[in-house]
Design a protein around this ligand. Structure first.
Ligand code: IMP
Ligand code: MG
Length: 181
């Protein structure tokens, strides 16, 4: 069985705090005084969402959806299931989706199609991380950081529920004992 360990830090806690403040300022400017529904995608977005919304300078409400895309593996299955839906209708509302990371974009495309069919006034996405070259530019309005195409954990991101609570973002490494297996 493959085992993993936390490797090199890609984004420090300080970098996260700085960038989150910048994003909150940008979002506050652009949304003005419209009451935005901030929609967190569980569970990976929770730390990002908590930090970001505490710095928003506009009226907002919170809601959550839970979707499952990866199960407990590190590659996308392409199969997306809604595990928890929104508590409220979004017809006529401004909706800002908060995602932890956009990798293949499969999860997000599915989610956006589903949400768009409910008739929101506007629908935009803020993702903490995005991996390059995956066509997320059309899907995501606000991106915290672009990262290389590696698997990362921390600040909400997990592998099979582990390492979410790290206060920084690190690359996940296979342990050396598994090399060549
Ligand atoms: P996508 O459908 O390939 O874009 O994958 C999106 C979802 O997969 C994210 O919301 C994460 O939950 C998970 N994911 C993708 N890449 C990573 C990663 O590097 N670390 C942890 N989770 C990831
Ligand atoms: Mg996950």
């Amino acid at each position: 069985m493959t085992s993993y360990r936390v490797g090199e830090t890609l984004i420090t806690g300080e970098d996260l705090r700085e960038r989150v403040s910048e994003l909150a300022a940008e979002i506050s400017r652009e949304y003005g005084d419209s009451n935005v529904l901030v929609l967190g995608v569980l569970k990976g977005a929770i730390y990002f969402m908590a930090d970001l919304t505490r710095e928003l300078d506009i009226p907002f409400e919170l809601d959550f959806m839970a979707v499952s895309s990866y199960g407990s593996s590190t590659t996308s299955s392409g199969v997306v299931r809604i595990l928890k839906d929104l508590d409220t209708p979004i017809a006529g509302r401004r909706v800002l989706v908060i995602e932890d990371i956009v990798d293949s974009g499969l999860t997000l495309s599915y989610l956006l199609k589903n949400l768009a069919s409910r008739g929101p006034e506007s629908l935009e996405v803020c993702a903490l991380l995005a991996k390059p070259g995956r066509g997320h530019d059309q899907l995501v309005r606000y991106v915290g950081f672009e990262i290389p195409d590696v698997f990362v954990v921390g600040y909400g991101l997990d592998l099979a529920e582990a390492w979410r609570g790290l206060p920084y973002i690190a690359r996940l490494e296979k342990t050396p004992s598994d090399d060549g297996l």
